[in-house]
Design a protein. Structure first.
Length: 704
């Protein structure tokens, strides 16, 4: 029996029954889900009643099957594609390649259905009085059809189908190629002298990796917990060069995993889609629904950051080069594979602080308690690990999250460590979104004009379906001799993804498509980046940072050093982010067919923010998942945009106390729980009392 075809699953909180699902189950469920969706659309378009918000817009957004309980296709694809990122294999990759064209065709069939669009357009022009949330759903629905080609002539619609189907396959191909290249490389060392300079945690991890691979010696990989410490501590310059080149040449090697042509084609496909829909460039298309508003708005932000940070960044680079020459001689030339190594030396000299000094105080289980405890202190929520909730890998932990009043709030999955079938980086995702539904039919509520905040008072006929949220990371793994000991940077990564998780867990909106992180792309990073601010707050560190062996608290002296070193190389880091934003915009502001050399184009695109000499034998584009396969195309600037917001927002916490429950509750009520129900600036101003400025960020970074 295919568990995906039957509800409920019989699991706690109806969570995904991972261990019961086979690969064939996914394929069967997706095909059946497409069939049921088609039946639902037929019911909508053949409804003889006049189109209304409730019989058309709610039903289109809902797309439940005939039983009204849940959307089979959404559930099956959500589980499958989440696992494709976190726990894939060759068979799953092959199934994804088979299903992606069918799924894209199905999505096109929905958005290009003329009879369905006519009903949507009628409601858009003639509707009852709506709440702000309903109006947002209506506008999103109508705009979604228009931006997906509903107004195109037949030949335009056919061309759009071709473009989007090809783009969906190429995005998948990009990710598969990158994962294969990342996992294919390993630096296998058998001479202990080659470990010189490396901390014991890195050596132990490499020995464990070698043992897992059935090898003697030590194995270093391109996974961040291995790559980062090697580049920071290894005194073997040639080995650092090998690691750096392996990392920065991903996707440009000859062969089946080369991403150069994939990237160029993706840029052209997106440009053609945008122009088919009446926009000059893909960036113009994307930014119509972003806080930045326009290409001009994005460049204004990036240029303001360059003007503010570049002078400081140049001074930072000069000091770094001086440090390297003082150690190696006046003729020494600093190369990219030297930057982390000498930056570490400079930081140690200036602040007497080393990341390895902090690791013993950041044992993962204590960090988990600290991060969860922060949420408890701010919001009153609590976490209980549940061994009876199915998980997809032994590394994954499942938690039941309870609200301040003890009611069930969410399920949280936490997937901490790198492994063979897992993409690099860190991300948050959902297996089930939050929404309100009628208990009798399972449909999202059609209670006339009731905002989500009032539905709980409408009696037992409504149910608040709570979310199942997941955070996926690649943190330092435990070894047989030591638990997982994190760097401060990894603690910040955890806090970042946990901020996204809070956005999902606190969702309290009527419609699933507006809940949680379903917000404009340059607003979505605010909750995550806000949480990063706590990482260097002494009051937070004192709650969990205890030595894993002695139990001694993190010394105040080290906390002071962390605080003093907070802005070390901050301008250089800013220029790096700005350069990536410039690269992204350069690709997606193309108005003519893109036929340039990718590597040369890349170096020119970010030249204004680049620091030092650029190499022509490395490439970022071919591994830049965010803008090629991750949804950030023409949107990478969002990280810096949200950084302005998070610095401004955290200033409110600082003013009233970093653990202020009143400020936290305001942030929950006005931002986290509201999802995409109103314009993001409206939500932000409701919390902040006004629009943000760049001043708080400049002050935090010591630039102003």
């Amino acid at each position: 029996m295919n568990p995906l075809l039957h509800q409920p699953y019989g699991t706690p909180h109806n969570t995904a029954p991972f261990g019961q699902i086979s690969l064939a189950d996914f394929e069967e469920a997706m095909l059946e889900g497409i069939r049921r969706d088609d039946e639902q659309i037929d019911r909508i378009v053949n409804n003889p009643a006049r189109p209304t918000f409730d019989n058309t817009i709610v039903c289109v957004d809902d797309e439940k099957d005939e039983s009204g309980y849940y959307d089979l296709l959404d559930r099956a694809t959500t589980i499958f594609f989440n696992l494709l990122s976190a726990e894939t294999n060759d068979a799953m990759d092959a199934l994804a390649e088979r299903m992606q064209p069918l799924l894209t065709k199905h999505a096109n069939d929905l958005r290009l259905n003329e009879r369905l669009f006519e009903r949507v357009r009628y409601v858009h022009r003639h509707h009852r009085r709506l709440t702000a949330e309903e109006k947002m759903l209506l506008d999103n629905c109508y705009d979604g059809f228009v931006r997906s080609g509903a107004l195109l002539p037949p030949e335009g619609k056919e061309r759009l189908r071709q473009l989007t189907e090809e783009a969906s396959l190429l995005g998948l191909k990009f990710s598969q190629n990158l994962l294969k290249e990342t996992k294919a490389f390993r630096l296998h060392l058998t001479d202990a002298q080659d470990l010189d300079g490396l901390p014991q945690t890195a050596i132990d991890g490499a020995r464990h990796a070698a043992q897992e691979a059935g090898l003697d010696g030590w194995v270093f990989t391109l996974d961040q917990p291995s790559y980062g410490p090697f580049m920071t501590y290894s005194t073997r310059r040639e080995l650092r060069r090998q690691m750096y080149m392996a990392k920065n040449q991903e996707g440009i090697h000859p062969g089946d995993t080369n991403n150069i042509n994939v990237c160029a084609r993706l840029v052209n496909l997106r440009r053609e889609v945008a122009q088919l829909l009446g926009y000059k460039t893909y960036a113009d298309y994307v930014l119509q629904r972003r806080m930045a508003g326009s290409v001009k708005g994005v460049y204004r932000l990036l240029n303001d950051l360059i003007d503010a940070y570049r002078p400081t960044a140049e001074r930072e680079q000069k000091r770094l080069a001086q440090m390297a020459r003082s150690m190696e001689g006046r003729s020494f030339k600093l190369e990219p594979w030297d930057t982390s190594f000498y930056a570490h030396k400079l930081k140690l000299q200036r602040y007497q602080l080393d990341a390895e000094m902090l690791r013993p105080y950041f044992e993962l289980s204590k960090v988990i308690k600290g991060v969860f405890g922060l949420a408890t202190r701010l919001y009153g929520i609590t976490f209980s690990e549940r061994s009876d909730i199915p998980v997809y890998h032994p590394d994954v932990k499942a938690y039941e999250v309870s609200d301040r009043d003890g009611t069930f709030l969410a399920v949280l999955y936490a997937d901490f460590h790198p492994r063979k079938g897992k993409q690099g980086g860190a991300w948050m995702t959902e297996y089930q979104s939050q929404y309100w539904r009628r208990k009798d039919t399972g449909h999202e509520t059609t209670h006339d004009s009731a905002p989500s905040s009032q539905l709980a008072t409408c009696g037992s006929q409504f149910e608040n379906v709570r979310p199942h949220v997941s955070v996926v990371m690649n943190l330092t793994k435990p070894t047989p001799d030591k638990p997982s000991l994190l760097t401060l940077g990894e603690v910040e990564t955890f806090l970042h993804e946990f901020g996204h998780a809070l956005h999902g867990m606190f969702a309290n909106t009527r419609f699933a498509s507006l809940s949680g992180t379903n917000v404009w792309w340059d607003f979505v990073e605010l909750p995550s980046q806000l949480m990063e601010n706590f990482a260097v707050e002494p009051a937070f560190l004192r709650t969990f940072a205890f030595h894993y062996q002695t139990g001694e608290p993190l010394p105040q002296e080290l906390i002071d050093r962390i605080r003093r070193s907070r802005n070390f190389m901050v301008a250089t880091a800013c220029m790096r982010q700005v350069s990536l934003g410039l690269l992204d915009m350069a690709y997606y502001t193309q108005s003519q067919p893109f036929d340039q050399d990718i590597i040369a184009f890349e170096k020119k695109a970010w030249e204004r923010a680049a620091l030092g000499e650029q190499r022509t034998d490395t490439c970022m584009t071919t591994q830049f998942s965010h803008i090629m396969a991750g949804g950030y195309a023409a949107g990478y600037y969002s990280y810096k945009w949200a950084e302005v917001l998070d610095a401004d927002a955290f200033s409110v916490f600082k003013r009233h106390g970093v653990f202020s429950e009143r400020v936290a509750q305001s942030f929950r009520d006005n931002v986290l729980s509201r999802g995409g129900t109103e314009h993001p600036m409206t939500l932000y101003k409701r919390f902040r009392g006004g629009e943000p400025t760049i001043d708080a960020l400049l002050r935090r970074n010591g630039i102003k």
